[in-house]
Ligand binder design. Structure first.
Ligand code: SAH
Ligand code: SF4
Length: 420
């Protein structure tokens, strides 16, 4: 979501005639887009902005965008004198006004929610020409007890179906090959308009436009419909990656998290979805949620094994402003959180490696992303979203290649390019 918003922020600046600077030291305008999901990101933001003394002295204007801006509002101006303006996700359209006010020495705080506005309507400067993010919903009504998102992004609003389809067709005609539908909870799409979700139909309609690949994130287990499995299995161009955050393997914890499903229901979905050959199942897990006992934690570890996840994003519970769970009295001490995090990380590595090793010997299609951080390798992504590295001098970003998998680690595959 933040990548999508950042592309709109860059798009607006580009249309107004700004050019990308090579570093913050020679920039005239610096906008920092922010995430408020965990406290660590907020700390890093503040450290980063305080390090911008040099450009500030030269007269650069500095703005803070995104969820931290939305939540902290004028506090950010008070706390960091470098900051000229602060604006929330629904205020991106007024960015150029904030910049010109700042040039004239006026500081702005803009954090109104606007249910009609979708940042997707703004010009976009895409990071990659072959791929685009397509926003289908914004905000969230779920109020999971640990989460700040409903306060930072407002209530869930589904974008008008015809606006989504029109944007998708336009992107397709502009030569975009791969598209990712995004929302906090994509499979709740339409609940606010039609009274029930219409995500599966929407995904089908978009896949029919003719894109090479259609991905989507994030799905919520409580809104999951079996029709999605049938659609994913039947349409070749729908990504075979499902990101389905489980958060915990304990029913007691899931209940206190207000997730709206049980461990059993989650595993029932897993069993059904695993019937799609080579599907990649990824998830998010929080350890150290208030009141989590050793027994609860062990249930999470056991679920990781049973579900055989392909990738897991692991987090230590971080108390967030407004979120109900930050006020719970049974907070877990930091050292216990860290210990559980370590144990989970080891288990996840083991399970991911096992999943990846199953692919050794397979010839997989992948889309080239660019040079890898590992020297001498090119990085591509398989149809199921896995990173695959191969040795080869030649590469073109966005190109589809076939790679014979030779080896695997917990977080990537290694292969050889197959020549046609
Ligand atoms: N809308 C998505 C996720 C949004 S936040 C969903 O519902 O799945 C991304 C992930 O951050 C969450 O899945 C959760 O695992 C993690 N997260 C959210 N709030 C957190 C908190 N307070 N502490 C630790 N992790 C958190
Ligand atoms: Fe946060 Fe839950 Fe909404 Fe995801 S579904 S954004 S975790 S409140």
């Amino acid at each position: 979501m933040n990548k999508h918003d950042s592309e709109r922020i860059s798009g607006l600046l580009e249309v107004a005639g700004f050019l990308p600077a090579s570093s913050s030291n020679d920039a005239d305008v610096i906008i920092v887009n922010t995430c408020a999901v965990r406290e660590n990101a907020v700390k890093r933001l503040k450290g980063y902005v305080r390090s911008l003394g040099k450009p500030k002295k030269r007269g650069a204007v500095i703005g803070i965008a995104g969820c931290v801006a939305q939540i902290e509002k004028e506090r950010l101006l008070k706390e960091i004198p470098f900051v000229d303006f602060v604006f929330g996700p629904d205020e991106i359209d007024d960015l150029l006004t904030f910049v010109s006010e700042a040039i004239n020495g006026r500081r702005t705080v803009a954090t109104e929610f606007d249910t009609h506005f979708f940042a997707s309507e703004l010009p976009s400067k895409r990071e990659t020409p072959h791929h685009a993010w397509l926003l289908i919903t914004k905000g969230c009504d779920n109020f999971c007890s640990y989460c700040v998102v409903p306060y930072a992004r407002g209530k869930m609003v589904s974008r008008k179906r015809e606006d989504i389809i029109n944007e998708a067709k336009k992107l397709f005609n502009d030569g975009v090959l791969d598209i990712t539908l995004i929302g906090q909870n994509v499979n709740a799409y339409g609940k606010d308009i039609y009274g029930k979700t219409d995500f599966v139909n929407l995904l089908d309609e978009i896949a029919n436009i003719g894109f090479r690949k259609v991905s989507f994130a994030t799905s919520h287990p409580a809104d999951f419909q079996d029709q999605l499995i049938e659609l994913m299995a039947s349409k070749g161009n729908i990504s075979k990656q499902l990101h389905l955050p489980v958060q915990s393997g304990s029913n007691r914890v899931l209940m206190r998290m207000k997730r709206g499903y049980t461990r059993e229901r989650y595993l029932e979905i897993v069993e059904k979805i695993r019937k799609i050959p080579n599907l990649s199942l990824t998830t998010d897990i929080i350890v150290g949620f208030p009141g989590e006992t050793d027994k609860d934690f062990n249930e999470t570890i056991e679920l990781v094994e049973v579900a055989s996840f392909d990738q897991v994003f692991t987090f230590m519970f971080s108390p967030r402003p407004f979120a109900e769970a930050s006020k719970y009295e049974d907070q877990i001490p930091e050292d216990v959180k860290k210990e559980r995090f370590q144990i989970l990380t080891e288990k996840v590595k083991e399970v991911n490696l096992k999943q990846n090793l199953r692919l050794v010997g397979d010839a997989l299609d992948a889309i080239v992303e660019g040079k890898s951080k590992t020297r001498g390798f090119v990085q591509a992504r398989t149809e199921t979203g896995k990173v695959v590295l191969f040795k080869n001098g030649y590469h073109k970003v966005g190109e589809k290649v076939k790679v014979l998998i030779k080896d695997a680690g917990p977080h990537h595959l290694v292969g050889e390019l197959i020549k046609d």
